[in-house]
Structure formats: structure tokens, C-alpha cells
Design a binder for this molecule. Structure first.
Ligand SMILES: *Cc1c(COP(=O)(O)O)cnc(C)c1O
Length: 390
């Protein structure tokens, strides 16, 4: 196969004329910040998720996590069980709220939290479990939900990868007290930057709405007297989403299912083209079990390093030389200086997460990619791995 001339990114947003026209309309309207489009986007996302939830749109997935953790009342002295194989935001928001992330090990195949490890990590300080639906495949919510009920813990989902995912318990983001989505450009849908907190709990939603904008309300007195006055009732943040962002999100959301299906078809194609190497030179991600829906945010393969003469960095460099960019999701947080220092984590305490941290590579996967792109990636991966098999 001849070398492609341009670099294939590992992810790229899929933006249509509708997004461009809507952003233009916002610019022409003169109202750029939080306004009618944000309200429309919140309503559309609630509808997409089945209509029973409150949606609080914010300016990042990180902000959604922060408000969820604070809204759930987590803070000093509380422990929150989560995965080390995630983006730093997951653990950082727990820590910024004053609580302590407690990492537990993951499954080598799905890279999701192991429910029995969660159970074993519970102490009298544990207040919540914060699962990440890795790459868009839901965690084992039946087991996690059962543990949470029995031990009186709340569940906050980091659903940054998982818009459109589902399992027998329901849709990702709606499986616990609160769900947090990210609309960063690499995520299932984008608003440029952005996020949303989703909850069926009205009190939590109200608290998140208050904290998202400085803790400022138009107080009851101001409302009753019809004046334009306001009150500061809580120590809040500046996490509001802009109408400019919501304008993009409205049209992305309308195409969310279509884009998910396109990614799913590409994942199926990868499995067909790389299946021969599966369990030999690398491990492919599993498709969703029957009755589940995978969001296919990422296509993460694990290299079988013991079978190869090259390491991950060399593998990624070989792909890059052939104009294929790859991603790295993730280097376990338990290996990073901050959490080693603050939480005392050690590599050997999470053998599966350490194993995964050394082997994961994200191959290109996004809705705008063609079958030819996927075939080029698969062919290149086959060549590089077979040339370097031991
Ligand atoms: C992207 C991501 C976040 C943070 O979302 P932002 O919108 O970038 O703030 C949090 N957790 C996970 C697992 C993510 O992938």
C-alpha cells in the first residue's frame, strides 16, 4: 500500500454547515454568552437522554465533574473510589473538592473498574464510586449499583467517553446520582470546549446551576419585587457554557447517533482487518455485549510487548512515519508524580492498570474517517507488527 500524503489524526471533530450557520447566527445576534441556545441545548440533551433528567451545561467536562462532586456533598475526609486509567480531571476534581480519590484496579480487556476491587476498597470513609466508561463501553453497572445500594454510596459517572452508550441498566450518564459529559473536540460530540452535568436529582441540579455562575441568584426578594437585583448565596465558579458553544452542540447532538454508528462501523472494520493478530501480537477492544451499546469514542489496542521486538514508543513512531497519528489513553494516574506523592500510590498496587499503561495505543477513530483510512491503518499496523514479531 502506498504511503498516504497527509497525516491521519487519531481524532477529528465532524462539523457540518449547520454548525457554521448557527455560530454565525449567534455572532449576528449580538448575544454571545449564556442565553437561549444554552437553554435549547440543555433541553435537547435532556430529551436525547429520555427526558427524565435535568441538564446543567458548563464550559468543560472537568467543570461538570467538579460540580457533581461538590453537589453530591463530597469533601474533607470523604473517599471516592475511582479508576487510575483516566484523564487527570477525574481524580483532580475529587481532590479539589477536598476528598480523596481511592484508585482500584481495572479489567485488562475492558479497562473498566473491577467491581470486586471496588467492594474491597470500601472503608467507613467511602462515600462514592466514580466509574469512567472507558472508550465508551459502560462499566459493570449491575454489580456497581448493587454495591452502592448495599453500602449506601452514591455513583457519579464520568461519562466523558460515553454519550450514546447504554447497558441493560440504562443510558450512560443516567446510571447514578449524576453523570458528567465532555464536549471537547475529540469526544463523541463537541461544542469546541464544553460539558454537561446530568442528574434526576433536582436539588443537585439547582446547586450545580448556582455554583456554575459565581453562586449568584436573583434572590426571592428581587424576584418578588420584580427588581433587577441579585444575591450571592454560595461561593461559586465561572463554569457557564456560551451560546456560541451551544450553537455547535445543538447540531452535533442531532447527529450524535449517526456519528456513533459511523464509529461503530469503523470499529467493526478494524476488528475484521486486524482479527488475525488479536491475542497474538496485540489485543483488540471487545465489541459491546448483546443488549449493550458502545459509544466507540476510542479504539484502544494493547500491544503484546512480550511478542514484539519494538516498544510502544517505537510502534507509534513507525505509524507516525507512515502519516498515522495515534493517541495514548492513558498513562495511569497511579504512576504520576502528583498522585504518588499525595496518595502514596505504587505501580505494583494496580498490576492491571500498570500493565495497560505500558501497552495501550489509540488508533484513529472518528466519524469523518473513511473505510479506506481504516484499511490503511490496519494494513500499516499489520506490517509494522509482523516485521517486528519475535
Ligand atoms: C475529556 C475527559 C475529561 C475532561 O473533560 P474536559 O471537557 O476536557 O474538561 C474527564 N474525564 C475523562 C475520562 C475524559 O476523557
Amino acid at each position: 500500500m502506498s504511503m498516504r500524503r497527509d497525516v491521519l489524526p487519531f481524532s477529528a471533530p465532524c462539523l457540518g454547515d449547520e454548525e457554521i450557520a448557527e455560530v454565525n447566527a449567534v455572532l449576528r445576534s449580538g448575544w454571545l454568552t449564556t442565553g437561549p441556545r444554552v437553554e435549547q441545548f440543555e433541553a435537547a440533551l435532556a430529551e436525547y437522554l429520555g427526558g427524565e433528567v435535568q441538564v446543567v451545561a458548563v464550559n468543560s467536562g472537568t467543570a461538570a465533574l467538579h460540580l457533581a462532586v461538590l453537589g453530591a456533598g463530597l469533601g474533607d475526609g470523604d473517599e471516592v473510589i475511582t479508576t487510575p486509567l483516566t484523564w487527570p480531571a477525574t481524580a483532580n476534581m475529587i481532590m479539589l473538592a477536598g476528598a480523596r480519590p481511592v484508585f482500584v484496579d481495572i479489567d485488562r480487556q475492558t479497562l473498566n473498574l473491577l467491581p470486586d476491587q471496588v467492594e474491597r476498597a470500601i472503608t467507613r470513609h467511602t462515600k462514592a464510586v466514580l466509574p469512567v466508561h472507558f472508550a465508551g463501553l459502560c462499566c459493570e453497572m449491575a454489580a456497581l449499583g448493587e454495591t452502592a445500594r448495599r453500602r449506601r454510596l452514591c455513583i457519579i459517572e464520568d461519562a466523558a467517553h460515553a454519550l450514546g452508550a447504554a447497558c441493560p441498566q440504562g443510558q450512560a450518564g443516567c446510571l447514578g446520582l449524576a453523570g458528567c459529559f465532555s464536549f471537547h473536540p475529540t469526544k463523541p460530540i463537541t461544542t469546541g470546549e464544553g460539558g454537561a452535568l446530568v442528574t434526576a436529582d433536582r436539588q443537585l441540579a439547582d446547586k450545580a446551576r448556582l455554583l456554575r455562575f459565581h453562586g449568584v441568584t436573583r434572590g426571592a426578594r428581587a424576584r418578588m419585587s420584580g427588581t433587577m437585583e441579585y444575591e450571592v448565596t454560595a461561593l461559586g465558579f465561572k463554569y457557564n457554557m456560551l451560546d456560541l458553544q451551544a450553537a455547535i452542540g445543538l447540531h452535533q447532538l442531532a447527529r450524535a447517533d449517526q456519528m456513533r454508528r459511523q464509529r461503530e462501523q469503523l470499529a467493526t472494520l478494524y476488528r475484521r482487518l486486524l482479527g488475525e493478530l488479536d491475542g497474538d501480537l496485540l489485543d483488540l477492544p471487545s465489541p459491546a455485549p448483546a443488549g449493550w451499546r458502545h459509544a466507540w469514542h476510542l479504539y484502544v489496542v494493547k500491544l503484546r510487548l512480550e511478542r514484539l521486538k519494538l516498544d510502544r514508543a517505537a510502534f507509534r513512531a513507525a505509524l507516525r512515519e507512515r502519516n498515522i497519528a495515534t493517541g495514548l489513553h492513558y498513562l495511569g494516574l497511579h504512576l504520576q508524580p502528583l498522585y504518588r506523592r499525595e496518595l502514596g500510590c505504587r505501580a505494583e498496587d494496580f498490576p492491571n492498570a500498570t500493565w495497560a499503561s505500558e501497552r495501550v495505543v489509540s488508533l484513529p477513530l472518528f466519524a469523518g474517517m473513511t473505510d479506506e483510512d481504516a484499511a490503511y491503518v490496519a494494513q500499516t499496523v499489520r506490517e509494522v507488527l509482523s516485521e517486528n514479531a519475535r
